[in-house]
Design a protein around this ligand. Sequence first.
Ligand code: CA
Ligand code: CA
Length: 125
Amino acid sequence: MATPLAYERDDLGSAAFIDRTVNSVRSGDQLSPDVALTNDDAAVFAWVDDSSSGDGAGNHDVKVRGLSRGGCDGFGDIFANTNTDGDQRSPALASDTNGNFVVAWEDAQDGNGAFQIVARGLDGP
Ligand SMILES: [Ca+2]
Ligand SMILES: [Ca+2]
């Protein structure tokens, strides 16, 4: 992946990247973002996404994407939840000093209307 970030100066004169769309698939809703930074300036994003028709329209999943320092490399949108049944929502991210990260979310994959908390650990971008 090569998706360079467009850098400009912020109000304090520091380099900062301008608004960009994090999600690659734009159909459907992308909601409730969270972001975590690693000590090597990589960023991992998580959000609620209903662009997949795999489990029906309006049935949300959690996706994550990683961008390395400068935003030129990383990994593309992937499902955080391996079971897409039911709703997954409210993602939260944390990362460690080695660039690994954990994403946790509310998950109602069993279809009984009661949410559980599910988490997944991944290597950073
Ligand atoms: Ca959209
Ligand atoms: Ca789902």
